[in-house]
Design a protein around this ligand. Structure first.
Ligand code: S3P
Length: 746
């Protein structure tokens, strides 16, 4: 039989032979027997009792005690004996006439099995597919056989260079038929990964329990050993013989990972001995985040399994009116910068109001990866133990920045000046965004940077290249490019000067001064010189006007609304959205204006208003650059025509915001026409329909707001990235009266 497609439950294999009827072998046999994919399942086991039970329990069709007899006419032979018995078994099999039978195994270590197979069969093993199911149970023996044991568990296959692809495909398809997630890996990599993630933890658990049990006072210790001890040592209840086998089989990889761990443990011991709380905090905060990340990976997997896709859909029901008072989350731009400058400062910086969205968290994690100890975030509070301008350490691997263009562009500036290499990567959206706008001027400063084709990420930044100051005129109005060059300028020899074609957000300049670093701003030109230092400070992050913008538009377009948005940052380089809405007839007043940590702040009161179409003044474009998706919704609700020009930058944001918004608005029946650098929108009725967020947070939120004036529900696909900038968006919508929720939840 050669057919390996398994959708249909017709036999694709004549004879499956399973050697070793323990929990794993029995479960494999039982699952495949029940699937109907094998005409016959034959079991082999030394133990007569197991052979008898296997037939009685329906695990196999028949059993043999003689290996040679069992293997006659076999298509696939699964070796499920204890790992140390594998060598002998392979030697016996090599004496038999196996024809084209595919051999595979379930051993927890792969290097030793492959070695034994080569010794037995010679160097060429085209029909051997080494494998390892990562599944088990505290029960053992054929009586514990469970056809569902491998469902949603990983199975790692480690094909050899000469493994026949058809043999691999056949074994792969059998595991998939049992519901397993199959992955392929190199033998050495498998053994290393398993040594670290499974074998080392078992060694530690066995070792800890034994060490405590040996002490005289053990009875007393165990009486008090609750949560921590119990959680940590659960796996010390595993089968000692099996584990003894595994450590002997995977000796080299276990020793490598154990030695690394021993030196890390010694460092922890030294930190405790020296009373070095900073070192302990560093290890514990990093470990905690890593553990949370791991839980998220597991959770997401469960979600993907259940939904078979990761499309988060928002369902926005039509109508509604807004009321109440809310505080939207902290400013994204300021949150990024607080981590960057706090990390490079001398001393401890306290941040309040930090945005706990994925973008700002990506920046936070990047600095943790570079050795900065950062506590939190906890309810918006972050404590950063600055390392000084020259205190960053090489990260352990590439720095993953998710969806965040701000993280990548700003970081590239300061990483260009470090002594070590870094690689910056991101998600699918970020991987399409242009990075030459920062890479080119940085190269002029002496930086060595490689990018993918057309200046896209990943960015590889080579360390150890001293920077020279640059006098640069930005070709586009971009705060990210300006900030990148100023951050590089902190390290460059001489005076770095950046001139912008139009005013852009100036949080970097303001915050540098807040950290005591001299920056001069004259008209459109900002400059600084290296040689000074950043001194830790306290930062209060105001609410993000870019997040408030969704509610400014929402309350404006929903008749009878009145909403108060508290503590919003109103830095004049960010208030274009207020100016544009006012020009359209919006009713927005600023109350309780004040300054907090160098940034102006106010409470914004917004009431429903009759909006009219306008020609948006081009000077306002950079001051409202992130707010256009929702401003387009305002324009769709306004009377008459709105025209936007000079906004080509919108085409290179998290999505092509001109095209994507035009597509969605057209779907909803709004008349509009995208132009190369803007859009023309005719106000009018809005219908319902299916639109796409394209993984762009602001698109998803803008269409949620449009529902207030829609005549039917709007289904918005691909909304997961709302969490990058506005994690509690749906909760705040529900609080003020916008009827949008995750589909399936009200
Ligand atoms: C940002 C600058 C803007 C903005 C982005 C944040 C910043 O990008 O769109 O959301 O924090 O400096 P550009 O500099 O590309 O315009």
């Amino acid at each position: 039989m050669v057919d390996v497609t398994v959708e249909k439950a017709e036999p694709v294999i004549d004879r499956l032979v399973v050697v070793g009827l323990g929990l794993i072998g029995g479960s494999f046999a039982k699952g495949l027997r029940e699937s109907g994919l094998c005409r016959e399942v034959v079991g082999v086991d030394l133990d007569p009792q197991s052979r008898k039970l296997a037939v009685e329990l329906g695990v196999v069709d028949r059993c043999e005690d003689d290996l040679a007899k069992a293997c006659v006419g076999a298509d696939v032979i699964q070796l499920a004996v204890p790992i140390l018995a594998m060598e002998k078994l392979l030697a016996k099999l090599a004496q038999l006439e196996l024809g084209q039978a595919v051999l595979t195994d379930v051993g927890s270590a792969k290097g030793n099995v492959v070695r034994a197979a080569r010794e037995a069969f010679g160097s060429r093993l085209p029909n051997f597919v080494p494998g390892h199911p990562i599944a088990g149970s505290e029960q053992s023996g054929v009586e514990a056989s469970n056809a569902e044991l491998f469902r949603r568990h990983k199975v790692i296959l480690t094909p050899l260079a000469e493994t026949d692809p058809a043999a691999l495909a056949r074994v792969d398809s059998l595991w998939r038929a049992l519901g397993a997630d199959v992955e392929h890996m190199q033998v050495e990599r498998h053994d290393e990964v398993l040594a670290a993630t499974s074998h080392l933890p078992h060694l530690l658990a066995f070792g800890l329990v034994d060490s405590l049990a040996k002490r005289n006072e053990n009875l007393d210790i165990f009486r008090y050993a609750a949560g921590g001890f119990r959680d940590f040592t659960r796996i010390a209840g595993s089968d000692p013989v099996m584990w003894h086998d595994i450590f002997l089989a995977n000796r080299e990889a276990v020793l490598r990972t154990l030695d690394t761990f021993r030196s890390d443990l010694d460092a922890l011991r030294d930190a405790v001995d020296a009373g070095d709380g900073h070192q302990l905090l560093g290890v514990f905060t990093r470990a905690r985040v890593a553990r949370e990340h791991f839980s998220k990976i597991l959770a997401r997997r469960a979600y993907v399994d259940a939904m078979n896709s990761n499309d988060l859909i928002f369902l926005a029901n039509p109508g509604g009116r807004l009321s109440g008072r809310i505080r939207v989350p902290g400013d994204k731009s300021i949150s990024h910068r607080s981590i960057m400058l706090g990390s490079l400062a001398e001393g401890t910086t306290e941040v309040e109001g930090f945005l706990e969205g994925e973008d700002a968290l990506a920046t936070l994690q990047a600095f943790r990866d570079m050795g900065v100890v950062i506590e939190g975030p906890h309810h918006g509070r972050v404590t950063i133990h600055g390392v000084g301008l020259n205190g960053l350490k090489p990260p352990p691997g590439p720095i993953y920045l998710g969806n965040s263009g701000t993280s990548m562009r700003l970081l590239s500036g300061l990483l260009a000046a470090q002594s070590f290499d870094t690689v910056l990567t991101g998600d699918a959206s970020l991987s399409k965004r242009p990075m030459n706008r920062v890479a080119n001027p940085l190269r002029e400063m002496g930086a060595v940077i490689e990018t993918a084709a057309e200046g896209r990420p990943p960015m590889t930044i080579r360390g150890g290249h001293p920077l020279k100051a640059l006098n640069y005129t930005l070709p586009m109005a971009s705060a990210q490019v300006k900030s990148c060059l100023l951050l590089a300028g902190l390290y460059a020899e001489g005076k770095t000067t950046v001139t912008e074609p139009a005013p852009t957000r100036d949080h970097t300049e303001r915050m540098l001064r807040g950290f005591g670093y001299p920056v001069t701003v004259e008209g459109a030109t900002a400059s600084l010189e290296s040689g000074h230092k950043l001194t830790a400070t306290s930062i209060e992050v105001p609410a993000d006007i870019s997040s408030a913008a969704f509610f400014l538009v929402a309350a404006s377009i929903a008749e009878g609304s009145e909403l108060l948005l508290e503590h919003v940052g109103i830095n004049p380089t960010r208030t274009g959205v207020i100016d544009i809405l006012r020009l359209m007839g919006g009713d927005i007043t600023l109350e309780n204006q004040r300054e907090v940590g160098g940034e102006p702040v106010a409470d914004l009161r917004v009431r429903g208003a009759k909006l009219k179409g306008i020609e948006i003044p081009e000077a306002l474009v950079p001051l409202a650059i992130d707010e256009f998706p929702v401003l387009f919704v305002a324009a769709a609700c306004a009377e008459g025509r709105t025209v936007l020009r000079g906004a080509e930058e919108l085409r290179v944001k998290e999505s092509d915001r001109i095209q994507v918004m035009a597509d969605g608005l057209l779907t909803l029946g709004v008349k509009c026409e995208p132009t190369p650098d803007g859009i023309i929108i005719e106000g009018g009725p809005i219908g319902g329909g299916e639109v796409h967020g394209h993984g762009d947070h602001r698109i998803a939120m803008a269409f949620s707001v449009a529902s207030l004036r829609a005549s039917a529900p709007i289904r918005i696909h691909d909304c997961a990235n709302v969490a990058t900038s506005f994690p509690n968006f749906l909760a705040l919508c529900a609080e003020v009266g916008i009827r949008v929720a995750e589909e399936g939840k009200s």
